[in-house]
Every structure is written in structure tokens, then in C-alpha cells.
Ligand binder design. Structure first.
Ligand code: KG4
Ligand code: ZN
Length: 337
């Protein structure tokens, strides 16, 4: 069974073909260069770029998989959450192909795609597990007792982790997207140089909050008259702030995860989403796993960022829900899992 996956929820236009869970092709057209000068994703520009790229990306995915639409048995498309204008481009393309070629279509929740990317890369995860999604738009923790059954037990009340990385990078004038830049700057920074606060939920919930640390970085930069980054030779302070910020974010995340492990007593812990590519995060979670006697799992690095292979894979798992022609299918910015 060959599945064509289509993803366009934010700033990546992606298509992939998988067969029995194996990735035959995965094409991602990133819009980083378009949004870079604005320091964040501009929704209208994202939609337009998706419109320009979607055909080419789908054709390339079919070509790379040495197949054609005549051999596709199922189409899986991201329905939400995300930017509605962006989502609609992928959804309309998927609906058109499904109708023209009479192929069953299944709508997929983007977060489920990120959650499933771990299982795609690691087939032997012992359940129950706790699964954390850390991306530019989401920071959500799920309890997974059996496959495809996700219970949300904690989520961010304001900024997502990736969003905080992006904003902190912008505050210092380091560039966009901030995640990989902050990670690189942190490599030669002193993580104890600046003490940033970690969030505390008054109701003792497992929710996250990253707006406080973002504001603390703004205050630190203002109070110490730190100019936007320009000259490499004068950059130690940017490295120190990056390292201290990154450490505090991981202290914060792991404090919540430690409580969740105590409460839910899982066998495994999985972390996925764009931020899960971060090597410092991966090493902190590995230490956490050793300490708690937990197996820690991540997706393969190419499956961490937004991609259509994880959407196709999730579609394959949900193939029983596919319908042949569904013109009423819509996109939802806040689609719940
Ligand atoms: O999953 P993703 O591609 O898109 C969303 O669904 O949001 O995640 C993108 C986010 C961005 O905020 C980006 O800065 C962050 O992932 N990111 C990283 C790293 N690489 C990407 N954050 C920390 N360290 C990285 N190396
Ligand atoms: Zn994503």
C-alpha cells in the first residue's frame, strides 16, 4: 500500500510517499529565506509560497519514489492545527487529487504526526509511555497507554518552546529561526553565567510556561545595555545568554517531566517535534532516562522538523478512517487531538 502524505501547516511545503511504513521519498521545501527578514513566519507570505510550491513538491515526491498518482492507494493530509491559509493549500491539493484520481483521503492532526514520528523511527517502544511534543507552535505532554490513544496531561499556557528560542534569538539579533542558532551559540557559552527563573504553576499542574523566561531575557538585555549582535569578537555575552537560556528551559521542562513520571510511572519517554533535534536537549533527556530507569526515544533527525513522511505514516495507521470523496473536509487552526 503506497501512501502520499501532504503537509503545509506552517512554513514548510512537504510531500512524501511511504509504503508499509517505509519512507520511499520525503520532499520539504522550506520558506526560511522568505520569513527570515521578518524574524518570524508571515502567514500571508506562507500561504502564497505554499501555492507556488505545492505542485512541484508533490511531483518531486512521486518522482523520487519512482511512482505516479496511478499507484497511490491513500492520501493523508494535515488538517490542523496550524495557519489556516497555509493548511488550506495542502488540503485543497489533497482533495483535488483524491477526487480526480478516486483515491481515499484521510485528514491528519499535525501533532499526531509529530507523536507518531517517534514510533516510526522506533518500532519497539514499550507502553505506557509519556510523549512530549516540542515545536515552534506546541509544547504538549501526552500519556500513551496504548497505540493511537493519546491523553493530554500538560501543555504550554503561552509560548511554545521553539517560539521562545526564536524570540530570544530575535531579542539579541542573532537571526531566524532561533532554535539552531541558540543551540550553536550555547556551545561555547557558560550556562551558569546568567540565572533565569524557571516557571512555577500555582495549581501544581503539568502545564508549561515560557513567556517568563523570554521576558527575563528581554530585561537582562535591556538592563545590561547589550546591543544587537554584530561583531563576533565581542560575542561572549551572546553565547553566555544562549547557554543560560537553553539550560533554564531544559531545567524547567525536565522538572515537569520528572513529576509526570512520578505520577504516571511509564516504561518509556518519547520526545518529538522541531526542538527535539537539539543535541543539548537530547543529552539532558538521556541523563534523565538513566536516572529514572526509563528508555528515552527521539525521532530520526530528518523527522523532527515539519515533514510529510510522518503525516503519510499516521495516515497509514488511520487508513480505516479514509473516505473516497469528501468535499466538506475543512482546515482548522486549533484542531484538537
Ligand atoms: O516542528 P517544527 O518544524 O514546526 C512546528 O510545528 O512548529 O518546529 C520548528 C521549531 C522552531 O521554533 C525552531 O526554532 C525550532 O523548532 N528548532 C530548534 C532547533 N531546530 C529547530 N529549537 C532548538 N534547537 C534546535 N536545534
Ligand atoms: Zn510541527
Amino acid at each position: 500500500m503506497k501512501v502520499l502524505g501532504i503537509e503545509s501547516s506552517c512554513d514548510e511545503t512537504a510531500a512524501a510517499v511511504i509504503e508499509k511504513g517505509k519512507v520511499l521519498s520525503s520532499v520539504i521545501s522550506s520558506q526560511i529565506d522568505i520569513h527570515k527578514k521578518y524574524g518570524g513566519v508571515v502567514p500571508e507570505l506562507a500561504s502564497r509560497a505554499h501555492v507556488e510550491n505545492i505542485d512541484g513538491v508533490i511531483n518531486k515526491a512521486l518522482e523520487d519514489a519512482c511512482t505516479t498518482l496511478d499507484n497511490i492507494d491513500l492520501i493523508a493530509v494535515t488538517q490542523g492545527p496550524g495557519l489556516v491559509g497555509a493548511l488550506l493549500v495542502g488540503l485543497c491539493a489533497a482533495k483535488s487529487i483524491a477526487w480526480a484520481k478516486n483515491i481515499p483521503l484521510v485528514p491528519i492532526n499535525h501533532i499526531q504526526g509529530h507523536l507518531e514520528s517517534v514510533f516510526m523511527s522506533n518500532s519497539k517502544i514499550k507502553l505506557p509511555s509519556l510523549n512530549l511534543v516540542v515545536s515552534g507552535g506546541h509544547t504538549s505532554l501526552y500519556y500513551v497507554e496504548k497505540r493511537l490513544d493519546y491523553r493530554l496531561i500538560g501543555q504550554t499556557r503561552n509560548d511554545a518552546v521553539g517560539e521562545a528560542f526564536d524570540k530570544v534569538s530575535k531579542i539579541m539579533g542573532l537571526g531566524y529561526p532561533g532554535g539552531p542558532i541558540i543551540e550553536k551559540f550555547a556551545l561555547i557559552g557558560n550556562e551558569k553565567a546568567v540565572k533565569f527563573p524557571i516557571s512555577r504553576m500555582s495549581d501544581n499542574s503539568l502545564d508549561f510556561s515560557f513567556s517568563g523566561i523570554k521576558s527575563a531575557v528581554v530585561r537582562y538585555v535591556e538592563n545590561n545595555n547589550i546591543p544587537l549582535y554584530k561583531n563576533k569578537k565581542e560575542s561572549q555575552v551572546y553565547h553566555d545568554i544562549s547557554a543560560s537560556f537553553q539550560k533554564t528551559v531544559l531545567d524547567d521542562i525536565l522538572e515537569k517531566c520528572e513529576r509526570a513520571v512520578r505520577e504516571y510511572n511509564p516504561y518509556s519517554f518519547c520526545v518529538s517535534g522541531g526542538v527535539s533535534v537539539n543535541s543539548y536537549l537530547r543529552s539532558r533527556f538521556s541523563v534523565f532516562g538513566d536516572k529514572k530507569g526509563l528508555n528515552i526515544y527521539f525521532p530520526e533527525k530528518e523527522l523532527t522538523t515539519d515533514n510529510a513522511a510522518m503525516i503519510a505514516y499516521t495516515g497509514y495507521l488511520k487508513r480505516n478512517e479514509a473516505k473516497t470523496v469528501n468535499f466538506k473536509l475543512n482546515a482548522y487552526a486549533n484542531l484538537k487531538l
